[in-house]
Write a protein that binds this ligand. Structure first.
Ligand code: BGC
Length: 836
């Protein structure tokens, strides 16, 4: 398990866009679509987050008493002497009662040196299309964060899913701005209800990991406001205490010194009154950053320590500029009762059971059934009594993605155990690996390199030989804790020290971490026939050193597939777990499942077509094998209760509640980023968001491209009908949609009716063909019907006019579609949008 306090590469700097974001000629209200709020089970720990008392006088009095050094100490991170392993720390000023701040990741649970509830990845939360669940998710993290000694949570991440390749798609919500805004607002309320300060990140346009610290994003003002910024704006409206500046540049200026973003948009247009911190090592200057609106450098004081002191002392920067940033920070601390001892007492402990229950609830609610042919699911009758479980993540629980959102879970069952328990006595559940991630022991003469322990302070060398009858391809897999051992095959060093990237990612994510937490690296060699020498030198650091050297060859691979095929033939039905292990810091190079999983799926489905593929993947994958399967269940990274949730959905104890929050493309060449390197990943350090307002499903509509699975898609085990759609004008310039939904099947089930609005005839601005305008998650018992009302906010019907630097309402007659995805239309109505 990577050290939670450790982080991915941190370097950066960024220019912007809208010029001074002039007070917008806003004809639509700032509120985002109405959402149901809070399924809170207990009252908020503090009402301060929502209704701050006046702390201005107290803050000003404090500032007057602070020395310059004390002020500076509040504006950058430092190393906590005996910390909890959180990502950041700000020392505070004890003599004046300003407490230190601990800042912890992250989006899927609290990441410190202790265990915490590993919640399903945010993309899975989003798949539930349920803002009330986002509130509960926020409250769980908020409560745990406080119990674990934290003050600030580095979450939620709200950057839109723009490219299916992006490494952090699991850590954020959706490709759609409305859904994202609704969820982020409720999650922030939940976090802050518990007295933890939320930090919305990464402001803005950090939509990929490739070149994240340097890429210069160019985006038009209209697209910027209508897509990426919507979630941030909703976060500000929900009262987020902090905002984190992004690594990348925008219009030639690093986001963390981008005045147009940090001051123009954030403060002048949206009225943000909290503080802005940099992403880790994303600060690139002193005076330009501070005056642009970056209040705090994290995680250290390279720019805001001595350099800032010098700038004030030599008169380059007035001390009032420092005071302004200190005031922003202290104002939020005051709001949370951190300055006068009125913050509610920290919970004595986490509520592990409540955390586990919520993790399970979200995993079930976000489970997305993409395909279900010939009633493959749910598993009932003979299908439930004779089952082959295939795939490495069938036994190694895959709870979280890699990077700063990784959480050390309280516990995690293997899906195999959960399925076996659920199948019950008398059922036959077998397992075959199918695809080997961690290798087999080496057939060496002379030494066994499969669990060597080198004592502390000692260096040991091990040598063995292996003999090949014919040339062969060998993948050597080293597992290690601490310092990586030196591995030589025939005198060639396998894992070069200078391969910084590989070293950085060892221990990040499923494939790079062995089940017992050791780091894993691989190297493939073409070995000629004959005798080969393998020599390993390992040094036991302070705590000794454990390592293994293993191997994978075409023959071991074929044997794993053959075993899986035998298991598939011998069982009535198959559940095949497929993985894709995304991690912060890197994008995918292809949308295909990694390794040899496609070949495995082909072989297994040929042996048994009653195969369900369970996807533990971060984002879209391509599925050339789709038609051969019985069913496909998207489970993302389902958190610590993922095994039980997967079993419950597969066996039909609960309806799969999730819907896609991003479009799945057919191939690597049929999606918005395909074929245009200027769009993705960028050329010459510059990247153009030339898709404009047509992000995600809007691009597929604009280009007439068929997706594999559309945005909003997800199947139920029951059936629904929709009728009686009416759409009428609302007094605020919005619309109100009403319709009836009926469960016509034989099970209780979930449906997520979605409303998509067509363009306004009154605007000459570019508009999406269809844009999500409202939705509602509905659970109904068989035979039951419900009349549903969904408000469509005026903002959702508005476009950003770059000529006026503001929103304009898209008036006139507009078509509204009701459907079960961006492509599956059930009913259509027309309504007039009227200026209020
Ligand atoms: C990530 C942030 C994270 C920070 C602290 C950075 O590398 O981009 O999302 O909060 O590290 O761990």
């Amino acid at each position: 398990m990577p050290d939670p306090s450790e982080n991915v590469s941190r370097r950066t700097t960024l220019r912007l866009l809208t010029g001074a974001a002039a007070a917008a000629a806003t004809t639509a209200p700032a509120a985002t679509a109405a959402v149901s709020t809070a399924a809170a089970t207990t009252p908020p720990a503090t009402a301060r987050a929502a209704a701050p008392p006046s702390t201005g006088g107290h803050v000003d009095a404090l500032i007057a008493r602070l020395t310059l050094d004390e002020k500076l100490a509040l504006l950058h991170g430092a190393q906590e002497p005996r910390g909890t392993g959180q990502a950041g720390w700000v020392p505070g000023v004890p003599r004046l009662g300003i407490p230190p701040l601990r800042l912890a990741d992250g989006p899927a649970g609290v990441r410190v040196r202790a265990r915490a509830t590993a919640l399903p990845a945010p993309v899975m939360l989003a798949s539930a299309f349920d803002p009330a669940l986002a509130r509960a998710y926020g409250r769980t993290i908020g409560h745990e964060g406080r119990a674990l000694g934290q003050d600030v949570l580095l979450s939620p991440m709200v950057n839109l899913i723009r490219t299916p390749y992006a490494g952090r798609n699991f850590e954020t919500f959706s490709e759609d701005p409305l859904l994202t805004s609704d969820l982020v607002a409720e999650e922030i309320r939940g976090i802050q209800d518990e007295g933890l300060i939320a930090t919305v990140k990464h402001f803005a346009l950090n939509n990929q990991e490739k070149d994240r610290t340097s890429v210069d994003v160019r985006i038009g003002e209209q697209a910027l406001h209508e897509t990426e910024l919507r979630g941030f704006e909703a976060a500000v409206a929900a009262g987020t205490g902090a905002v984190m500046g992004a690594y990348n540049k925008v219009d030639g200026v690093h986001a963390c010194e981008n005045r147009a973003l940090l001051t123009g948009v954030l403060r002048d247009t949206w009225g943000f009154d909290g503080w802005v911190m940099s992403d880790w090592d994303a600060t690139h200057s002193t005076v330009p950053s501070l005056t642009a609106g970056l209040d705090m450098e994290m995680p250290a004081g390279r720019w805001y320590g001595d350099a800032l002191r010098r700038a004030v002392r030599d008169g380059t920067l007035p001390e009032a500029a420092v005071d302004r940033s200190v005031r922003r920070l202290l104002t939020v601390m005051g709001r949370f009762g951190l300055l006068d001892g009125t913050a509610p007492a920290r919970p004595a402990a986490r509520d592990r059971e409540a955390g586990a229950r919520l993790a399970y609830r979200v995993a079930v609610a976000g489970a997305t059934l993409l395909r279900n042919e010939h009633a493959t699911l749910p598993l009932t009758g003979p299908a439930a009594r004779s089952l082959a479980v295939i795939g490495p993540t069938g036994t190694v629980p895959f709870t979280s993605g890699g990077g700063s959102a990784h959480v050390v879970p309280d516990r995690a069952d293997s899906p195999l155990d959960a399925l076996t328990a659920r199948a019950g006595d008398g059922a036959r559940v077998t397992h075959a690996l199918g695809e080997d991630l961690y290798g087999k022991p080496l057939p060496l003469h002379g030494t066994a390199l499969d669990g060597q322990r080198v004592p502390a302070g000692k260096t040991s060398t091990y040598e063995g030989t292996l003999t090949l009858d014919a040339p062969d391809e060998w993948t050597f897999v080293v597992h290690y804790g601490g310092e990586r051992p030196q591995v030589l095959v025939d005198g060639t060093e396998l894992f070069a020290r200078q391969d910084r990237e590989a070293e950085l990612f060892a221990g990040f994510g499923l494939v790079s971490t062995a089940p017992d937490g050791l780091k894993v690296r691989r190297r493939t060699l073409a070995l000629p026939a004959g005798r080969h020498t393998v020599r390993v030198t390992a040094t036991g650091g302070a705590h000794g050193q454990l390592f293994r050297l293993r191997h994978i060859t075409p023959a071991t691979r074929a044997a794993d597939v053959a075993e899986a095929v035998r298991a598939a033939r011998a069982a009535h039905s198959v559940v095949l777990f497929a993985y894709e292990d995304a991690a912060e810091g890197r994008d995918r190079a292809t949308l295909a499942l990694p390794g040899h999983q496609e070949a495995l799926i082909h072989a297994v489905t040929a042996a048994n077509p009653r195969t369900t593929v369970v996807l533990n993947t971060s984002s879209a994958v391509t599925m050339p094998w789709l038609e051969r399967t019985g069913a496909v269940l998207q489970m993302y990274y389902p958190g610590q209760e993922g095994a039980a949730a997967t079993a419950a959905v597969l066996f039909g104890d609960t309806d799969p509640g999730g819907r896609l929050t991003q479009t799945f493309p057919v191939s690597d060449t049929r999606h918005p980023m395909a074929g245009d390197p200027r769009r993705y990943p960028g050329t010459g350090g510059v990247q153009e968001y030339s898709e404009g307002v047509h992000t995600g499903y809007r691009w597929y509509d604009a280009q007439g491209v068929e997706p594999l699975f559309p945005f909003g898609h997800g199947l139920s085990y029951t059936t629904f009908t929709f009728s009686g759609l009416t759409v009428t004008p609302a007094p605020d310039g919005g619309l109100t949609a009403r319709f009836t939904v009926r469960n016509t099947g034989r099970r209780t089930g979930v449906t997520v009716p979605q409303l998509y609005a067509g363009p306004s005839p009154a605007l000459t601005l570019d508009q999406p063909a269809w844009a999500l305008a409202g939705y509602r998650r509905v659970t109904l018992a068989p035979g039951r019907a419900r009349r549903v009302t969904v408000p469509i906010a005026a903002r959702t019907l508005s476009s950003w006019d770059p000529a006026r630097h503001g929103w304009v309402l898209g008036t006139g007659t507009r078509t509204v579609r009701l459907g079960t995805s961006a492509r599956e239309v059930r009913l259509t109505a027309r309504a007039r949008v009227l200026s209020p």
